[in-house]
Design a protein around this ligand. Structure first.
Ligand code: URA
Ligand code: SF4
Length: 260
């Protein structure tokens, strides 16, 4: 009997987490307890014994509330790893926090993890990642370890679909805190989602790239997403121009044979 109740309670907790992850703000503390009265009691007693993944209070897991209070990179990484603030937590293998931990003068920001990133827990390790690595090493003459790479979203969207506006709104406080903690001189957003978030705009890449944007003390040099470059190799020369702009800001000389 107690086993049945425990299973029921765990099922309810999972259901509430899913509903909350899908944006249902009403389910943190259910206003209509009758059908679940017995279950709630069971859930409480199980939580008391530390066995149930209890539904945590909303203020406790909203990235907007938690991220700015994270004092350092590792704390931030841990809090992201347990984030269930949007529905993407349902399909992930793991969160994909960042590659690199700083200090770094340059930070790249992509869109969201894909299949390989979700599996490995590291951003840009698939085909687009190979191209980004080439941009960093062959193009800029740096090592991947010299930079920090993160994404707008920390969990993989199903079928690699575009992030929704709501997902971006929910998740980006994590990224904003990452940027604050790394405090790079130059930020290179890759593609429209990253560029729009970083620059606080809703504009096409065509209008944003090709120049250096000043954002407080920081310089932002948006360029095409490597996945776009794989589909449109002709755009690589424009990306290379952007990367050269970023390098000029950093006082970096192009390596002997530049180009990605
Ligand atoms: N594309 C992205 O935007 N980010 C990754 O981490 C991988 C592919
Ligand atoms: Fe949390 Fe972001 Fe993952 Fe959504 S995508 S669950 S907000 S870490």
């Amino acid at each position: 009997m107690s086993g049945e109740r425990a299973a029921l309670a765990a099922g309810l907790a999972a259901h509430l987490r899913r509903r909350r992850a899908m944006g249902d703000r009403r389910v943190a503390f259910h206003p209509n307890p009758p059908p679940s009265r017995g279950v709630s009691a069971a859930a409480t007693s199980i939580a008391d014994r530390g066995e149930a993944p209890a539904v945590t209070p909303l203020a406790g897991d909203s990235p907007r509330a938690v991220a700015p209070a994270c004092p350092d990179w590792e704390t931030l990484r841990e809090r992201v790893a347990e984030c269930t603030a949007c529905g993407l937590c349902e399909g992930r293998t793991q969160t994909v926090f960042a590659d690199g931990a700083g200090p770094a003068r340059v930070m790249f920001v992509g869109e969201a993890p894909g299949y390989h990133e979700d599996r490995q827990g590291v951003p840009f390790v698939g085909r687009a990642g190979e191209l980004l690595t080439a941009i960093i090493t062959k193009g800029m003459g740096l090592k991947r370890e010299d930079v920090v790479i993160a994404n707008v979203l920390k969990c993989r969207p199903p079928e690699n679909r575009d992030p929704t506006a709501e997902e971006k709104r929910t998740c980006t406080p994590w990224l904003d805190r990452q940027i604050e903690l790394i405090d790079p001189e130059v930020l290179i957003p890759l593609g429209r989602h990253a560029a729009n978030h970083v620059l606080g705009t809703e504009t096409s890449m065509g209008r944003l790239r090709g120049r250096v944007h000043a954002l407080g003390k920081r310089k932002v040099v948006p360029t095409f997403h490597p996945a776009y470059l794989l589909r449109n190799p002709a755009a690589k020369k424009d990306c290379w121009r952007d990367i050269q702009l970023a390098m000029a800001e950093l006082g970096l000389e192009p390596p002997a044979r530049g180009g990605a």
